[in-house]
Design a protein around this ligand. Structure first.
Ligand SMILES: CC(C)(COP(=O)(O)OP(=O)(O)OC[C@H]1O[C@@H](n2cnc3c(N)ncnc32)[C@H](O)[C@@H]1OP(=O)(O)O)[C@@H](O)C(=O)NCCC(=O)NCCS
Length: 180
């Protein structure tokens, strides 16, 4: 198949169409905006993960904490032709898992998000692979991703990179006090 270097190939993706790079301070406001969209979409798809009323105000603080965390890998992505306008991000943390079974150095993906209008062109995979590579370079022995079951895109992306189910988190409403 021919095509110019920046031509987007649906499904297969065109890596030259995007730039992916580590988060810098100048991105913080734009990243908070993207994260707001991610959380809104998640809450829409899974109403049990509803948002606190003041979430928007808190986002600026949590995002600036991300920028300070040495153990965190955060990448942002944009179109090559417009590198200032962020289209997505992915973030993950390196940690040692509590040694109940066996202490493991774990790289855990927290979030990966691409704006709906930029999806299915390969940016999500680029971002997630970049974060996973960073976590592996830090010494992670296993890579993990906790994903709400209704996020079909996130589940599909993780599966496409070889992740398989490990834990299933079951939930139900708590009975009212005094009710058995
Ligand atoms: C998960 C997410 C980051 C993927 O971003 P993206 O840029 O579209 O991902 P890519 O184009 O790199 O896709 C890579 C692979 O992931 C899988 N994938 C991506 N989106 C998928 C979807 N909606 N359903 C199933 N698999 C999907 C596919 O295997 C895909 O490869 P293919 O396009 O060759 O089939 C993006 O969908 C997102 O931000 N989602 C928000 C949360 C969510 O899941 N919402 C529901 C969306 S339908």
């Amino acid at each position: 198949m021919g095509g110019t270097p920046n031509e987007v190939t649906p499904g297969g993706g065109d890596l030259a169409a995007f730039v992916v790079r580590p988060l810098v301070r100048a991105d913080l406001a734009r990243l908070a905006d993207l994260r707001w969209k991610f959380l809104g979409e998640t809450a829409h798809l899974e109403p049990r993960l509803r948002l606190a009323v003041d979430v928007r105000d808190r986002l600026a603080t949590t995002i600036s904490v991300w920028a300070e965390q040495d153990a965190r890998e955060t990448l942002v992505g944009a179109a090559s032709q417009d590198p200032e306008t962020l289209l997505g991000y992915a973030t993950g943390l390196f940690s040692v898992w509590p040694p109940i079974w066996r202490a493991q150095r774990v790289g855990e993906v927290g979030e990966a998000f691409v704006l709906p209008e930029a999806r299915r062109r390969g940016l999500g995979r680029l971002l997630l692979q970049g974060v996973l590579s960073g976590l592996s370079r830090r010494g992670a022995e296993v890579l993990r991703a906790a994903i709400p079951t209704r996020l079909e895109g996130s589940l599909g992306l993780a599966r496409s990179l070889g992740f398989t189910p490990l834990l299933r988190v079951l939930e139900k409403g708590a009975p009212a006090p005094g009710v058995r």
